[in-house]
Design a protein around this ligand. Structure first.
Ligand code: SF4
Length: 482
């Protein structure tokens, strides 16, 4: 992030969204379709966007810093040559800086073998892999770990064998989180790490197939959902259809934060809308942490579903008490010193008619550092709230993420270093309560063992890098001002 850019929401940052289409029938309009797909995945990364189009021999690509709508216009899309394979990517950097070189799709090649790769996730063995691949003669243009995935695949393709087998062999060298779409010769390849940390699904479109981080990327171009790419699986799509190479999965570990915050509410995991899980989180929060109050308001947009659930279960009326400036992105140019006190008002403005003289329950999906929550509480009191009961539809974040989510350093995680009552005092709320881990998991409808919850409970699916932080602070999840 640029020094003059400021993070507006204090939320963990999703790493990336990946997208790919294989269809001869749609050749000529794949750039446009991919653009729309990336548009639907924009929430997964706002730093850079890129599209590559291939006819199986030649690949043209365009990538740049900025939102999808800033990087591409009609003219730029038209300048991409036509082809029957498309790859798309939106990025937020976790490994490697936010620079043009690290924008994706990433290219790697040697001799006649070239691949283009779009990756969501984070390799935990990137350092070692870089050394090994450098010894094998690979040169790297970017500092992103995606380039190592690309090089590992090229190295295996050089040894011969099918694309699917080469990717499987490369996967044995990769450790960590990776949901990948790749152009490899005349094929579109999709593969997912054995834990399945980040989502990836397949859809059917006229004359071919689509792969997308989320189902909302299928819906937007009218593709029919087929299934998810299974953890550990390689899917190769070419003129003969889909070829699947199943791999072993030691333990499934889809990121539970996808349900809490990252995924779009209209995306579906296992056939269920994420919106339904968030609504259920709100209901369970109302049961676990009731409040005597007059109105329930969400922190828009991510708190809306949970706030509706809280309101319905508690019987306390729901209202929109905070209006979001929808044209402020997740980052914006930091105001000059003189107007810095505008702070959170640049993004949220309270509605006094909803808040004044009322006891307010405000629902947010998570608290990471606590700074934004403190400003929000202050804003509500300034707007005339009599009491502010802060409710969070996930447990305290107590540890970092090693699997592709930018979660701040442990010392900055307020939940890692303070008990709930201390956090309540810091943010100045009348009361504060978090949803329990058990209820968050229950709301997803997934068995606990199939989810990564590591930043909440320290149970890191890939051992050896797990550092547990201050878990003793998490023994109670409810605090009320004295
Ligand atoms: S550590 Fe947290 S954010 Fe990272 S994958 Fe696991 S649940 Fe998701």
């Amino acid at each position: 992030m640029n020094a003059d850019m400021h993070d507006t929401d204090g939320k963990p940052k999703e790493a990336c969204g990946v997208y790919g289409i294989y269809s001869r029938e749609l050749a000529g309009e794949l750039a446009q379709r991919t653009y729309f797909g990336l548009y639907a995945l924009q929430h997964r990364g706002q730093e850079s966007a890129g599209i590559a189009i291939s006819d199986g021999e030649r690949t043209t690509a365009m990538r740049d810093m900025g939102l999808v709508s800033q990087v591409f216009d009609g003219q730029r899309l038209a300048s991409l040559e036509s082809g029957h394979i498309a790859l798309g990517h939106v990025r937020y950097s976790t490994t490697g800086s936010a620079s043009w070189e690290n924008a994706q799709p990433e290219f790697q090649g040697r001799g006649d073998i070239n691949v283009a790769v779009a990756h969501n996730g984070n390799l935990v063995n990137a350092g070692r892999l870089r050394e090994e691949l450098a010894e094998e003669g690979f040169k790297f243009n970017s500092t992103s770990d995606t380039t190592f995935i690309a090089a590992a695949v090229v190295g295996e393709l050089e040894r011969g064998g099918s694309v699917g087998e080469a990717v499987r062999a490369a996967m044995r060298r990769l450790e960590g989180a990776y949901s990948v779409a790749m152009i490899c010769g005349d094929a579109l390849v999709a593969f997912r790490d054995p834990h399945g940390f980040r989502p990836l699904c397949i859809g059917e479109v006229e004359g071919g197939y689509v792969v997308s981080s989320e189902t909302c990327g299928l819906d937007i171009i009218g593709a029919r959902f087929v299934r998810v790419v299974k953890p550990g699986e390689v899917v190769v799509i070419d003129d003969d259809g889909i070829h699947c190479y199943e791999g072993e999965s030691p333990r499934r570990a889809l990121c539970v934060f996808e349900y809490v915050y990252f995924a779009r509410p209209d995306s579906r995991f296992d056939g269920k809308e994420v919106a339904g899980s968030r609504h259920r989180m709100g209901e369970l929060l109302a049961e676990e942490a009731p409040a005597e109050a007059d109105v329930v308001i969400p922190v828009p947009d991510s708190g809306i579903m949970a706030a509706v659930g809280y309101s319905e279960r508690s019987g306390i009326p729901y209202a929109e008490g905070l209006i979001k400036n929808r044209y402020v992105g997740r980052t914006f140019i930091e105001p000059a010193d003189g107007i810095r006190q505008l702070g959170i008002r640049l993004k949220l403005n309270p509605l006094p008619s909803v808040i004044e003289g009322r006891r307010v329950v405000v629902i947010d999906d998570s608290i990471v550092r606590g700074n934004t929550s403190r400003k929000l509480v202050q804003l509500l009191f300034e707007a005339g709230a009599k009491e502010v009961h802060f409710r969070v539809s996930s447990p305290p974040v107590t540890g970092p993420c090693y699997y592709g989510i930018d979660m701040d350093a442990p010392e900055q995680l307020v939940g890692a270093n303070h008990a709930v009552e201390e956090i309540r005092a810091q943010i100045g709320a009348t009361s504060l309560a978090y949803l329990s881990l058990e209820s968050m998991v229950a709301a997803t409808g997934q068995p606990k063992r199939n989810l990564c919850r590591a930043c909440f409970d320290g149970d890191y699916p890939i051992t050896g890098i797990a550092k547990k932080h201050a878990l003793e602070n998490r023994t109670h999840h409810y605090a009320t001002s004295p």
